[in-house]
Design a protein around this ligand. Structure first.
Ligand code: SAM
Length: 288
């Protein structure tokens, strides 16, 4: 069996199949066995698990998951990797490779068809250029999965897990934490990839909540308030919300004071619960 985490194997594949790394598809392949083992442990992949992978590359994580899980379905956009995967994953009969764009494939139908109606875990070393859209698609569209365990740039992970009052706490932190409980589980310095990226990565495990962290009357409005609050970071909430929601300062002041939140505070100081409170109060005012 080929050792898929070995740079020698990658070179052999490049020669045999004429494969070339595509920068625009975010192709940085893992070449470290230990970190793959850590991801498997951190994701707690066991014999009852169904796994949905985004971007198998040459199949290094796919193989490790197939050895532990019940079934792995992996969606790869790059057609030049399909013959490669035919060879590298040939020893496994519990892997299905789907040639598609993860952002375009009908994920509900795929999950229904491939996983006996059970929710899979999403596990992936994500392509950098679409990290946030992929994570947000799973969360916002309520795709039925139990966990999202993904390798992302360290800077993105820091934003995902950050708390109020931190400089990097923002709309992404609130959005992810609204739907899931995120935790950094593995560190992966840039030297563990081929070709080597410019920055270090980490693996974040997001466990999906049964219900969102706060119960809001109008989810769309909640996210409009969050976006407005962080849209102009150096402004007070009074100015940012009035401009971002296109409502008068008097109304914002009234709503905020009604919630006991000082209009002079800045967006990055608000907890998700406070954002929920504010959004519900705006809902009452806007529909009045
Ligand atoms: N899992 C492999 C590994 O860890 O070595 C490869 C990871 S590489 C960072 C990202 C993979 O995602 C590549 O195989 C790339 O072709 C694939 N990819 C990029 N954009 C995609 C998309 N929109 N849908 C599905 N796969 C995509």
């Amino acid at each position: 069996m080929l050792k898929l985490s070995s740079p020698k194997t990658i070179k052999y594949i490049m020669e045999k199949y004429g494969f070339k790394f595509s920068k625009s598809l975010g192709q940085n392949f893992l070449i470290d066995e230990r970190v793959i083992e850590e991801i498997m442990e951190g994701a707690e992949i066991g014999p009852e698990d169904y796994v949905l992978e985004v971007g198998p590359g040459i199949g290094v994580m796919t193989q490790a998951m197939a050895e532990r899980a019940k079934k792995v379905v992996s969606v790869e956009i790059d057609s030049s990797l399909l013959p490669v995967l035919d060879e590298t994953l040939a020893p496994h009969d519990n892997i299905v490779i789907i040639h598609d764009d993860i952002l375009k494939v009908d994920l509900r139908a795929l999950i229904d068809r491939e996983f006996d109606g059970q929710k899979p875990k999403v596990v992936a070393n994500l392509p950098y250029y679409v990290t946030t859209p992929i994570i947000m698609m799973f969360l916002e569209e309520g795709i039925p999965v139990t966990d999202i365990v993904v390798m992302v740039q360290k800077e993105v992970a820091d934003r995902i897990v950050s708390e109020p009052d931190s400089k990097i706490y923002g709309a992404l932190s609130v959005a992810v934490q609204f739907y899931a409980a995120p935790k950094v589980i593995v560190k992966a310095p840039k030297g563990l990839f081929m070709p080597q990226p410019k920055v270090d990565s980490v693996v974040v495990r997001m466990k999906l909540r049964e219900t969102p962290k706060v119960d809001v009357k109008d989810r769309k409005l909640f996210f409009r308030v969050v976006k407005a609050a962080f849209g102009m970071r150096r402004k007070t909430l009074l100015n940012a919300l009035s401009a971002g929601l296109n409502v008068s300062k008097e109304m914002v002041t009234e709503v905020m004071e009604g919630c006991g939140i000082d209009p002079k505070r800045r967006g990055e100081t608000l907890s998700i619960e406070e954002f929920g409170q504010l959004a519900d109060a705006f809902e009452g005012e806007m529909n009045a």
